[in-house]
Design a protein around this ligand. Structure first.
Ligand SMILES: NC(=O)c1ccc[n+]([C@@H]2O[C@H](COP(=O)([O-])OP(=O)(O)OC[C@H]3O[C@@H](n4cnc5c(N)ncnc54)[C@H](O)[C@@H]3O)[C@@H](O)[C@H]2O)c1
Length: 248
């Protein structure tokens, strides 16, 4: 028996990067995975690649920043795959600028996707999971724990995700719904590609990580799989740093 056998799981932002790695790992552990992403072609291709490995995966084009779209997608998945057991909030964007130059639009876009979007999905999942329990795993960031230069919008949203997770864990525990949060450090994906392809910058960042390497999507995915499974049935409201020791 794999640890997520037949559980229905939604992973947002699953067309690439960390989300794609999480979707792959949950499917390998036996889950029926709904991959959500704003990029319709990319999410269809990501789901097809998982099916090539004989895994149970379906792609859905969903913008998590749109309340009605989230509710509709949730209803559709419950019809097509069954009641949702696991929600992984991962979709996120970055719009970096120093504080004096940050526009209202940059601020609003990041808060809308990285925080309000997490609320929309959490609300939809709570309505459904109330009947039978469930697990939510929210992807925050090291930036939400200690701030980040040029990312006041991103750091604020990610700190908000920590509060959102704790509030959800407290309020929803009575329904056997657990909510936990992961704060990744520097992980190799498209989001960090520009910084990490510069050898000098890469060496500088790695120099600040005690385990002396950049993380991989699998480093995050394996912990998500644990937090989504019954192996973590007494863990809720927690914030787990996965950062090679960058925040000690
Ligand atoms: N890469 C890192 O070093 C790092 C570190 C800490 C936290 N994180 C967080 O991990 C998560 C994934 O990051 P990543 O590096 O894989 O990023 P990425 O840019 O490689 O992938 C993000 C995915 O989210 C999708 N997405 C964007 N807006 C969306 C929306 N409105 N609705 C649905 N999908 C949307 C994108 O299309 C993309 O497929 C993000 O929340 C990010 O903030 C990343």
């Amino acid at each position: 028996m794999s640890k997520l056998n037949n559980k229905v799981a939604i992973v947002t932002g699953a067309a690439q990067g960390i989300g794609r790695g999480i979707a792959l790992e949950l499917a390998r552990q036996g889950a029926k995975v709904a991959l959500w992403d704003i990029n319709a072609d990319a999410v269809a291709a990501a789901a097809a690649a998982l099916r090539e490995e004989k895994l149970n995966a379906t792609g859905y084009a969903v913008d998590v920043g749109q309340s009605a779209a989230v509710d509709e997608a949730f209803a559709r998945i419950e019809q097509e795959l069954g009641p949702v057991d696991v929600l992984v909030n991962n979709a996120g964007i970055s719009r970096a600028a120093m504080i004096p130059k940050m526009t209202d639009e940059q601020w609003d876009d990041v808060i809308q996707i990285n925080l309000t979007g997490f609320f929309y999905t959490t609300r939809a999942a709570s309505r459904s999971m109330k009947e039978r329990g469930g697990a939510m795993v929210n992807i925050s960031s090291l930036a939400g724990q200690r701030g980040s230069i040029g990312q006041i919008n991103y750091a604020a949203a990610k700190a908000g995700v920590i509060g959102l997770t704790k509030a959800a864990a407290k309020e929803l525990a009575r329904y056997k719904i657990r909510a936990n949060c992961i704060c990744p450090g520097l992980i190799e994906t498209d989001m960090t590609g520009k910084v990490l392809s510069d050898e000098k910058l890469r060496a500088q960042y790695v120099g600040e990580i005690p385990l002396a390497r950049v993380g991989l999507p699998l480093d995050i995915a394996q912990t998500v799989s644990f937090l989504a499974s019954d192996e973590s049935s007494f863990i809720t409201g927690q914030v787990m740093g996965i950062n090679g020791g960058a925040y000690i």
